[in-house]
Ligand binder design. Structure first.
Ligand code: SF4
Ligand code: SF4
Length: 305
């Protein structure tokens, strides 16, 4: 079935998604379910409602208008949002004067996206920035991205993609060749743990990344650091071996942050809070090893951010 190309955010003046100042386009839809995900509003391929309880005044307008009875008023005058029965009709958005509700995801036309992208041409030129496709998993939208990619190239705008690596490689081969920069996440090297924490095997991901190295030399591996889950030496030894074997020599380590936890609650889902490794502990644990890994991978290893 043809997948819709919903976008849930277009973030201008972004500085964490590649070189320089960028516009980052966030696509909906991902096949992984990382327990620490920073963007769980991206998981579903279709629009979703987020309910921000701290803004809610308990006026009750959403109770009356909802055709699914997805909102409940408790004895303590609090609204509970039952996302599992919400049909995303958006009726409650209009009646909520407190702006406690928001729809994540809409079908932006190609022209709308390009208009947004073109607003910051001057910043791209001055800073060496450009456009980054993110998500969710942007490479699950190859046709839409191809159109944007071609237009960006015509305008001389640099392009990057942030991918979890779980996509159909044959559908994306021509895109992989053309991005100016590719960021691939590798969460955990042990496959059993990967399945446990992300819901999918890492085999296809590692295979896709290995294949991508044959087509594009500008690849950076990113690892979200989750304390006591993927911060052990064994994980990084396996990662180093994989990177060396595939001639990858750039890595960024991203500490976990709890933004995703708050978003999960707003989506009406339960969630666990994780922790990043403390900087001191991490560096003490890693200091004797980073030199070895640097020697293995080359001079550009280990950008601690
Ligand atoms: S979007 Fe969901 S919660 Fe809001 S009125 Fe429609 S069904 Fe009810
Ligand atoms: S309409 Fe908005 S402010 Fe009123 S009860 Fe519903 S969510 Fe809360």
């Amino acid at each position: 079935m043809k997948q819709c190309d919903y976008i849930f955010q277009m973030q201008r003046l972004s500085v964490n998604d590649g070189e320089g100042i960028r516009t980052t386009i966030f696509f909906k839809g991902c096949n992984l379910r990382c327990k620490w995900c920073a963007n769980p509003e991206s998981w579903s391929f279709t629009p979703q409602i987020m309910f921000f309880s701290h803004k809610c005044s308990s006026c009750g307008h959403c109770l009356n208008i909802c055709p699914s009875h997805a909102n409940e008023l408790t004895d303590k005058n609090k609204i509970i949002f039952h996302s599992d029965i919400c049909i995303s009709c958006n009726a409650c958005i209009d009646v909520c004067s407190a702006k406690a509700r928001q729809t994540m995801g809409r079908n932006f036309s190609f022209t709308e996206v390009m208009t947004e992208i073109k607003k910051d041409m001057i910043f791209y030129e001055q800073s060496g920035g450009g456009v980054t496709f993110s998500g969710g998993e942007p490479l699950l939208h190859p046709d839409y991205i191809e159109k944007l990619l071609v237009y960006c190239q015509q305008l001389g705008i640099s392009t990057a993609v942030e991918s979890c690596g779980f996509f159909n490689f044959s559908q994306c081969r021509h895109l992989i060749e053309q991005f100016d920069m590719i960021f691939f996440d590798i969460k955990i090297m042990n496959d059993d743990l990967h399945i446990n924490y992300t819901g999918q095997s890492n085999k296809k991901i590692l295979q896709n990344i290995a294949q991508a190295t044959q087509l594009n030399p500008n690849i950076i591996i990113r690892v979200p650091l989750i304390n006591n889950i993927n911060t052990d030496i064994a994980n990084f030894e396996k990662l180093t071996y994989f990177m060396k074997k595939n001639k990858l020599n750039k890595i960024e380590l991203l500490p976990y942050h709890s933004l995703g936890y708050e978003k999960m609650l707003s989506l009406g889902k339960s969630a666990n809070k994780y922790t990043p490794p403390s900087t001191d502990t991490f560096l003490i644990k890693w200091e004797p090893h980073t030199r070895d890994f640097s020697r293995e991978l080359g001079d550009q290893t280990s950008q601690y951010v």
